[in-house]
Design a protein. Structure first.
Length: 139
């Protein structure tokens, strides 16, 4: 299967990218929901290079994903943390990682989006799913 980066490199008119940034896990099946989200975003935004990156245990790492996008000439990259809350990784590790990446790629415009758990729309969707998934108690 062609990676998102490779697919988008064929259409060299892209200037911006979205990296879905997840923690990573030993089980390769763990990535499937994130790959599905990346595919859906990519289908709806053909003007945007969409790829995944991981903090640990899986590839590509965030620095490697950004380096690959920069090598393709992309100049603006948004990083979307697929984390439910602002824990230690997002408060401490990610800012340090992004500072290091900015030092390696000073011409890139890097933006960090909030954790997906901070998005009111996502919280509402999860709450609605939970309500629909829970049987009602008879009165």
């Amino acid at each position: 299967m062609q990676s998102e980066n490779q697919r988008h490199s064929a259409s060299c008119t892209l200037h911006s990218a979205l990296i879905l940034f997840a923690h990573g896990a030993r089980d390769p099946e763990w990535t499937e929901p994130f790959r599905d989200i990346a595919r859906r975003v990519s289908q709806q935004r053909p003007d945007l290079a969409v790829t995944l990156a991981f903090l640990e245990l899986q590839q590509p790492s965030l620095p490697d994903a950004i380096a690959a996008l920069a090598a393709q000439g992309l100049s603006e990259i948004r990083v979307a943390p697929l984390f439910m809350a602002q824990g230690g990784h997002l408060k401490n590790d990610l800012p340090k990682l992004l500072d290091d990446i900015r030092g390696r790629h000073p011409g890139l415009r890097l933006a960090l989006l909030p954790a997906i758990g901070d998005a009111p729309e996502l919280r509402e969707a999860i709450a609605a799913w939970l309500v629909r998934s829970s049987p009602e108690n008879p009165a």
